[in-house]
Design a protein around this ligand. Sequence first.
Ligand SMILES: C[S@@+](CC[C@H](N)C(=O)[O-])C[C@H]1O[C@@H](n2cnc3c(N)ncnc32)[C@H](O)[C@@H]1O
Length: 265
Amino acid sequence: MIDLIVKEIRKKKEFQNLDALFVKSLIKKEYERVKDGLIGHVNPKKSKDFKNIIKNSRKILHDIYGVFNIDTKKRKEILEKIKKNPHNKDLHRHLLETHRSSKERLFFYENLYEKILSKKDKTILDIGCGLNPVSWIFMKNKPQKYIALELTNEDCAFLNDYFKAVKLNGKALRVDLLKVKSFEAADVCFIFKVLDSLEEVKKGISKEILNKLQCKKIIVSFPSRTLSGKGRIGTRRWFERLIKKFEKFEIENEIFYIINKENLY
Ligand SMILES: C[S@@+](CC[C@H](N)C(=O)[O-])C[C@H]1O[C@@H](n2cnc3c(N)ncnc32)[C@H](O)[C@@H]1O
């Protein structure tokens, strides 16, 4: 029955790239609650519980994944152009515009990297990266190594293709951050706009992730506007209570925390 539900959820184009096992683990709790009714039903697909679990799960998946992908077809077309013109900043800007998070900080990248990166930051780990690795073009120094972690094979294949096109020593790996056991070491780790949605699904996961990082410097960000853009979301008190010492600053729509791993707790 649970496989039938997962299949139904993934019928929607927005979720086709999501790994079936990931979807399964996400809906498990709600499934346990309704499974007896569903299994005993003559036509489970027509039942209220079935329709509800599909609707609720799709909403969660939309919020943590689907909502960010603006135009994946255009993304591929832009990459083809980048292959012919690998260091063109405008093409990079267009590519960053196809993911909602990088689109929002598009005009702040140069200042942002100036502020958070130093010459010593040669290797970068970017978790729940979206298209952010493409923004390396706005860094003063080209990273020696860029490790990018994302949720779907499709997105990772795209990023690996991109790394090859621009000859950046990068690799994108498919990882479910809710289950990851360890992270590769790096000088700096970016956790941009990821923790809110992970916490929605698994309370306490931020601390688990921070504990597993092997990076001297950690940069965490949160949106300071709701997805509709109308409401303001302020400081994350729960996060500030978690970290002993940090430096905080804001750009439009986003709050950043610079954390030294030694000062975590
Ligand atoms: C708000 S976007 C931020 C993207 C990027 N960090 C940025 O700020 O430009 C959140 C990203 O986290 C990824 N994500 C969500 N849940 C995840 C999980 N369990 N494991 C890995 N990645 C996940 C989504 O696919 C999405 O690209």
